[in-house]
Design a protein around this ligand. Sequence first.
Ligand SMILES: Cc1ncc(COP(=O)(O)O)c(C=O)c1O
Length: 398
Amino acid sequence: MWRNVETAPADSILGLTEAFKNDTNPEKVNLGVGVYKDEGGKTPVLQCVKAAEKILLEKEETKSYLPITGDPLYASEVQKLLFGEDSEVVSTGRAVTAHAPGGTGALRVGAELLKKFNPDAKVWISSPTWANHKGVFSAAGFELAEYSYYDAATKSLDFDGMVESLNKVPAGDIVLLHTCCHNPSGVDLNEAQWKNIAEIGKERGWIPFLDFAYQGFGESVESDRCGVVAFAATGVDFFVASSFSKNFGLYNERTGAITVVAPNAEDGAVAMSHLKTSVRVIYSNPPAHGGLVVATILADAELKKQWLQELSGMCDRIKEMRSALVDGLASRGVEGDFSYITSQRGMFSFSGLSDDVVKWLRDNRSIYVVGGGRINLAGLTRANIDYVCDSIAEALKG
Ligand SMILES: Cc1ncc(COP(=O)(O)O)c(C=O)c1O
């Protein structure tokens, strides 16, 4: 069967991790894959997760199937986190939520639903975007197009270009938006800009699909949701894919959610019925553990407080590393203004390093950066920052 089949290319980011693992240099640094690391270079299990797991282990009486859309408490807690406790979206019941296996699973389930009812739509993705967006929406059978987003010259948001492109998207097409901590650029919209984009969406009649993989990694869980709130205020139909891989550190538990927001509860119920049929034929029902952990934490005031503290601890550490990198390069006399690194948000930065420099760093210093220069700031620690700054300075001066 496989004799005449060409080997598929390795995933570019996960392939980099494989090369990093095989590197024997004790000073190696992985600034590639988007996983949070603590000061010791480890991806920790959060203390609130450990506490919730203890409760669950004691309480667990069965491993029978969950409902197709997952645990109902999980869905209701996810909605409160997404829209805010007092949101009319939650009280009117016009949003429906299903537990999906990770943010990727949520994107795929949403894509399946859209393909069913909007088969001729195009999906508009930001230029640039997370590589797997292209994979997921192409696999669901969509044609892709790009809207302007990142201005490489100013290393900031090209808001005028974005507005211009989104004003041309036809009604019924789908626009995929990064709600915060844009991957790969780290460049986000502010609240006023989100309101502007939401109004354009409403006027033009395109369908917003918000990818929310980093809630709380930008500023806070509240301010990071301003894009979601802006679309909710317009009353249009839209989709949200949540991921709890990063903000709860639940990477391997595949914990995410697909939320469909409709103009009213009746429409929401219809959406939910089709969400169920989509899920049933893909994975039938979700894995339980991660969703139960998240629901246990969010429904318990003390555990939620602990989670928010741990989350802001991760966020603050990344901000500290952003400043340390900028200061470190300046103190080594590297030419150029790198201050944009401190205004970008989340785990990533488009560092501006050329592919030649990226290759040099990997070949000569065992520092792994994704092609295109995307750096995961969480890979930096106080222990390796000098090594990384020395190496970048040497590469740039050379
Ligand atoms: C923008 C974006 N969306 C979705 C995901 C998928 O998250 P998950 O690992 O939960 O599938 C990621 C993960 O890196 C991401 O960066």
